[in-house]
Structures are given as C-alpha cells and as structure tokens.
Design a protein around this ligand. Structure first.
Ligand code: PMP
Ligand code: GLU
Length: 399
C-alpha cells in the first residue's frame, strides 16, 4: 500500500481566518504595527467572574473526566438558558457540549451526512462550513445572496437550491461574515420548506447576543414541533462572553441525532476541557451585565467603521444588524493598480493592503464573496480609526 494521506483529507483547505490571525499575531510579535481587522474574536478580557470560576474549578478538583457529552451541571445550565432565552424545551440528554461551536457543527455534520448528501449553504459563508461538509462526505451547495437583499436568502432561492439529496440547510443569523440577520418571515419560509421537503436545519446562533436592531434573536427551532424535530441548534460562549480560548460550544436537537453525536464524541474526544465547563456554568448563570457592555461597545465601533469606510471613494459597505463583521465592497477598486501591479481581485487587494499599509482584512473570496473584504470590529476604537485612515490612504494611492 503506498504511503500518503487520505483522499478525504487531501482536498481540505486550512482555515483562512485562523491562518491570517496567526500571520497578524506573528507580525505584531516581531514589532510591526499591524491593524488586524481579520480576527473574528472579541478583544475584551473574559469577565472576571468567569475567570474566577475557572480558578475555583481547578482548586476544587474539577480536573477529571466528566460525562463525555458534558458535565450534568453544565448541560442543566444550557437547558435552562435554551428555555429562558430561546423558548426551547430540551431534556439534557438532547444536549451535547463540545470543544467549541466549531466542533459541535462538525459533530452534527458527521452524524447526519451520508456520502453525496447535500448541504445548502447561503453565501457569503463562514470559511469552515464547506470544508466540514466535505470532511463528512457531503456536498456543499452554495446559494448566493446579494448585497441588495441584505445578504439574506430569498425563499425562491432556497427552493431553487433544494434537490432530492438535500439533507441540511445551514443557517447563520446573525451571520459571519456579513452580519446579516434573518427576519421572522424569512425564518418562517425556511421552516416551512424544511417541513415540506424533509431536510434538517442547522442553525448556528453563536452571535445571538450581538444584535443592534433592538430586536431579540429568534430561534427557528421554536417555530413548532415539526420544525424542532428537524433542527439542530448550535451555540457557544466564544463570542458572547469573550471566551474563545475556553473552547466550549454545544448542540441541542432531536434525540436520535444527539444520541449519534454523543456516541461519536465519546469515541473521538471524550468530554471537552473540564475546568472550562465549570467556567461556562458561571457564564450562563451570572448577571449578564458584561454582555451588554460588550454589545454596546461593538455597536459604537460598527457605526464608526461603517461611516469611515463609506466616506472613502470607491469603497462601500452595508450597516449590518448583528455579529461584529462588515463586508467592505471594493469592486470599484478592482482593475486599478498599486505601483504598477494590477489589483485584479479582492485577494490581491487584501495582500497589497497588508503589505503597504499593514492592515489585515480577509478577502471575500474565502467566503465565496469575490469583490468584498471582511473586516471585524473586534478591535479598539483607536486601532479602528487608524485602520480606516490607512485603508483610505491605500485606496487613494491606487491609480
Ligand atoms: N460559527 C461561526 C459563525 C463563527 O464565526 C465561529 C467563530 N469561529 C464559530 C461558529 C466557532 O466558534 P467556537 O468554535 O470558538 O465556539
Ligand atoms: N470565527 C472567527 C472568524 O471567522 C474565528 C476564526 C475561525 O474559527 O474561523 O474569524
């Protein structure tokens, strides 16, 4: 048998967002003054009460394995959270805690997909969904949304993407990378189609608390029993509580699906980090004031960033209602030159912006959104303003 990696692994691209985050961190470590609009992680410190809970967990001996699907205390706290905030009733046997929401999503695809099964993914989409689908033998089916439609997929476009092989629809609201939010009518239309055509909805609600339109997140699983039977709700603490390094996410869904996820996780990874789980119990049960403080800070930065970018000739962006990302439309600058080099794509734009102005943004091509670059506003106001100034200087230097 010849040596070598599997066909399954060979085609998988590394995460472009994580690669760029690592590059920016290395540039900063070597003393370069980079402005990082690339990293999709809150820049705030994890709230003190959560850090204290982690220390207390260590000191009280919470250093051993828990149940593979997560400590009962945590699954109970998640059960209460889902009831309180999302109007969802689940037994703790229907909840599995994993190593971040990313792992929860992977587990769910692994449990649901047979070779060739299709997953409809609205684009622009987060980098990891298509690769996870492929790792699990599935086929990503991309359904393009437009800026004109606020990056929300119209029911007729959902319908056009459905085939006999459709197994899952990937819903992300608020969205990474574009911050768009699905309204109640959009969600109802998707729910009706899932029941009519019998497919699952995987709803990634990790940005549920980062909403700026005065509304509350609506969980699609709350639209009735038939929808709930077909929905896997994904969530985590990375974004809401600035806990990216704790690596805790979770999934809740129908019994048979969650049993399969639990079995697979018990063989593949066992439980996620035990002290982290107890820190998350604290996060979910403490006073939620710090969440609101962070949300307000993000909203202020969003407003400044959107205004700053829209004031630059050749650049525009929508004002998103959620998450901490904007999609900067650079289509008018593509075709121009930087020092004689053609800016022929959003990827070249991003490369040249990093090289000349030390500003890191993620090219939209990574999210199936050519002509755009994704910027996060999870950075200080001071850096953000400096970054906008540099982007302006770069845009003005193009000929
Ligand atoms: N879903 C979306 C849309 C995300 O942006 C992220 C952030 N990387 C995740 C899931 C995963 O987050 P984590 O694994 O840190 O919980
Ligand atoms: N979700 C974040 C991002 O999109 C973190 C990096 C990742 O996991 O992709 O930048």
């Amino acid at each position: 048998m010849p040596l070598g990696i599997s066909r399954k692994a060979a085609g998988i691209a590394p995460s472009a967002t994580l690669a760029l985050n690592a590059r920016v961190a290395a540039m900063k470590a070597s003393g370069e003054k980079v402005i990082g609009f690339a990293s999709g992680e809150p820049d705030f410190d994890t709230p003190v009460a959560i850090r204290d809970a982690m220390k207390a967990a260590l000191d009280s001996g919470k250093t051993r394995y828990t149940a593979a699907s997560g400590a009962p205390e945590l699954r109970n706290a998640i059960k209460d959270k889902l009831k309180r905030e999302n109007g969802l009733d689940y037994d703790i046997s229907q909840i599995v805690v994993s190593n971040g929401a990313k792992h929860s999503i992977f587990n769910a695809f692994f449990a649901l997909l047979n070779d060739g099964d299709e997953v409809i993914i609205p684009t622009p989409c987060w980098v990891s969904y298509p690769e996870m689908v492929r790792m699990c033998g599935g086929v990503p089916v991309f359904a393009q949304t437009t800026e004109e439609d606020n990056f929300v997929l119209k029911p007729s476009h959902i319908e056009a993407a459905i085939t006999e092989k459709t197994k899952v629809f990937m819903l992300t609201s608020p969205s990474n990378p574009n911050g768009s939010c699905w309204g109640v009518e959009d969600l109802q239309a998707l729910a009706d189609l899932a029941v009519k055509h019998d497919f699952y909805i995987m709803t990634d609600e990790i940005y549920e608390h980062l909403l700026y339109n005065g509304e509350k997140n609506i969980s699609i699983a709350s639209f009735g029993e038939k929808v709930k039977e077909r929905t896997i709700t994904i969530n985590g603490v990375s974004k809401t509580y600035a806990m990216t390094g704790f690596r805790i996410g979770y999934a809740a869904g129908p019994k048979d699906v969650m049993n399969a996820i639990a079995a697979c996780q018990s063989q593949a990874t066992s439980n996620p980090n035990t002290p982290s789980q107890y820190a998350v119990v604290k996060a979910l049960t403490m006073d939620q004031g710090s969440v609101e403080v962070m949300r307000k800070a993000f909203m202020e930065r969003r407003d400044v960033l959107v205004e700053g970018l829209n004031a630059i000739d050749g650049i525009s962006c929508l004002k998103p209602d959620g998450a901490f990302y904007v999609m900067m439309n650079v289509k008018k600058l593509i075709g121009k030159k930087k020092n004689g080099l053609a800016i022929d794509s959003c990827s070249t734009f991003a490369q040249q912006l990093l090289e000349h102005e030390k500003v890191a943004v993620v090219p939209g091509a990574e999210f199936h959104a050519p002509g755009f670059c994704r910027l996060t506003y999870a950075l200080s106001m001071e850096e953000l303003l400096d970054g906008v100034k540099r982007i302006r200087a770069f845009a003005e230097s193009l000929t």
